[in-house]
Design a protein around this ligand. Structure first.
Ligand code: DGT
Ligand code: CA
Ligand code: CA
Ligand code: ZN
Length: 583
């Protein structure tokens, strides 16, 4: 510890640091079932040091002996001298090395002290919060001495809470809350407008917290309304123009209220990203301007502030869509007038991935078709699972043929709309598609997906996907990484290689818009665009209502710089059909 910091000046080691080190030694000793008297000695020493009026390090510098302090014997005095002169404590490092690191994270769980953590480790092999969760789920904890079913349930609940707190929220989980909060704010006295800013406005796939902004001459009514919103568990901070609250599920929401003449500047500032704002401020400095959340200033005079367009114009830029504000080249593109004309929800003409009751969907062909037509679509691809996915009631060749006959009958009755005949075929471990060529040849499109054998090594998984794309019948590679947001990392795969292989083969990649997936992500959508790989933005709907997931896909597509031309399902059926035939 601290080997590279050179000489430690005595003042650098505070009483608080010494006390914390002694507390830590005591915790680790207790986990390790050490003699209770030794544990107590370290805890007493920690308290003695913490309660000293003057710095113990300064005392040492004056040549005084710490063993004169209450509860500090010769051994502890030596350890204090060691800490003050080296900044570290060898004994503590030795203990840290002996006790598994995860055990101390466990002590953050309410009800768990070092003694219980030690017992859980020895009796059940629990080392991490995940182990603890599993042990609680299996009911193995209640049998331990000093525990019991009540404490076990309590611990499981607080563990879940702790982990939820540590997690970012998927954007889809926050969206309903945003609409509710904005409606309330807009109805509050004096509020002229209210919008969400921050990562929500930039449409990031997950949010750390939610940032809301309101314009009003007086902030009090908005702040009051905000803090009294049902579902607010705690008000963290509250002033006349700002407040931060925590909801019952631990999610934080911040509100700022600004004067209407500062609306644009504040919206820009609180939309971020921070990195984008820093880049804009640098541009402003070059023009002798100052940008902050109140406006753009030349000397004392305000030159812009009411709208975001004004802010950007003041630094010589066109307005930049929030989804691009990540300092990933958007400033340079804006200066050159080469910002992409981003895709919007209105550009979408159909959906290329949907299931019905024939496999694991919830509604039938007619219901899904009606829902697609209600959204103004020209086509909806029906892509059931293939038979190898038995858990999803996948279809074999015979059932597929019957399904396609039903689609033909429905299509005969539609005007300006059609169901496309497709499949979501399993990609086998060796990269083969699970259905024979003769059957695939009859379809409008073929999505190839991986739902099994997730744990192949990266090299093999990558080869598997590329081999699947070797088959010219494969039109779209479905959810290319297999990730589930906040639940499952994708399989190990070299995506740049997969994207390059798709480009060579003329295969499209899916941006699965299901809010749990968002797969491909923004960064790889952009990579695909740069390599000329078309993207299918698809909802993977298992219910008619899921067709509305499209907006989450659009958010990621925009973050990935995609334009309508980069996306397959912005085309009319006549334009799309030839693009679905690779050969
Ligand atoms: P999040 O909450 O982690 O999903 O991401 P953001 O971008 O919403 O970050 P947040 O909530 O910390 O702050 C909201 C916005 O406020 C951020 O995008 C830009 C602005 N902001 C926050 N802190 C700073 C800062 O230190 N400097 C500047 N220029 N802007 C900041
Ligand atoms: Ca935020
Ligand atoms: Ca925030
Ligand atoms: Zn699917």
């Amino acid at each position: 510890m601290n080997q590279d910091t050179g000489a430690i000046t005595p003042a650098a080691v505070t009483n608080r640091a010494i006390a914390a080190a002694f507390e830590r030694v005591a915790d680790l000793l207790e986990i390790d079932q050490a003699n209770p008297f030794r544990v107590r000695a370290y805890r007493n020493a920690a308290r003695t040091v913490a309660e000293q009026a003057g710095e113990v390090a300064a005392m040492l510098a004056r040549g005084e002996d710490p063993s004169g302090l209450p509860g500090i014997g010769a051994d502890l005095a030596r350890k204090i001298v060691e800490m003050v002169s080296t900044g570290g404590l060898a004994y503590l490092e030795e203990l840290e090395a002996r006790v598994p690191a995860g055990l101390t994270r466990l002590m953050a769980v309410p009800g768990l002290g070092p003694k219980r953590v030690g017992l859980l480790h020895r009796e059940l092999g629990v080392e991490t919060p995940e182990d603890l969760q599993a042990a609680a789920a299996e009911g193995r904890i209640r049998a331990l001495k000093g525990f019991g079913p009540k404490l076990e349930a309590q611990m499981a609940a607080s563990l879940e809470e702790l982990q939820a707190l540590a997690r970012r929220r998927p954007i889809a989980a926050v969206e309903p809350l945003v609409e509710d909060l904005l409606a309330r704010l807009r109805a509050a006295a004096g509020v002229e407008r209210a919008e969400a800013a921050g990562s929500f406005r930039r449409r990031r796939e997950t949010l750390g917290d939610l940032d809301l902004l309101a314009a009003a001459a007086q902030g009090d009514a908005a702040v009051d309304t905000f803090c009294r919103t049902p579902g607010v568990a705690r008000v963290l901070a509250r002033g006349s123009t700002r407040a931060s609250v925590v909801l019952a599920d631990g999610f934080q929401v911040d509100l700022r209220v600004v004067a209407p003449e500062s609306w644009g500047a504040a919206l820009h500032y609180f939309t971020g990203s921070k990195e984008h704002s820093v880049a804009v401020r640098k541009l402003a400095q070059g023009l002798d301007l100052k940008v902050n959340e109140y406006g753009v200033f030349a000397g004392q005079g305000r030159v812009a502030g009411a709208t975001e367009e004004e802010i950007y114009a003041a630094v010589g830029l066109p307005w930049v869509p929030p989804e691009l504000r990540e300092n990933r080249g958007e400033i340079a593109a804006a200066r050159q007038g080469s910002l992409p004309g981003l895709i919007a929800l209105e550009d979408i003409r159909g959906d290329l991935h949907a299931h019905t009751v024939a496999s694991d969907g919830r509604q039938d062909l007619a219901e899904m078709a009606a829902a697609a037509q209600a959204r103004g679509y020209a086509y909806l691809a029906i892509t059931e699972h293939s038979a190898g996915l038995a858990v999803a009631n996948g279809l074999d060749a015979r059932r597929l043929a019957r399904h396609f006959a039903a689609i033909d009958r429905l299509n005969a009755g539609f005007r300006g709309f059609r169901l496309l005949k497709g499949v979501e075929v399993e990609i086998r471990e060796n990269g083969d598609l699970e259905l024979p060529e003769a059957i695939l040849a009859d379809m409008d499109l073929v999505i190839g997906s991986i739902h099994q054998k997730f744990n192949l090594a990266e090299e093999r998984q990558t080869e598997r996907l590329i081999r699947a794309m070797d088959n010219p019948r494969l039109t779209v590679l479905g959810h290319p990484t297999g990730r589930l947001l906040n639940r499952r990392k994708g399989y190990a795969v070299n995506l740049p290689r997969v994207i390059a292989a798709a480009a060579e083969r003329g295969c499209a990649l899916e941006l699965n818009a299901h809010p749990d997936r968002l797969d491909l992500d923004d960064v790889h959508c952009r990579m695909a665009r740069e390599m000329g790989v078309p993207i299918a933005i698809s909802t993977d709907a298992h219910h008619a209502a899921h067709l509305d997931f499209m907006r989450f896909g659009i958010g990621q597509a925009r973050r990935g710089w995609l334009t309508p031309a980069d996306v397959l399902n912005t085309r009319s059926w006549e334009e799309l059909a030839p693009r679905l035939r690779r050969r």
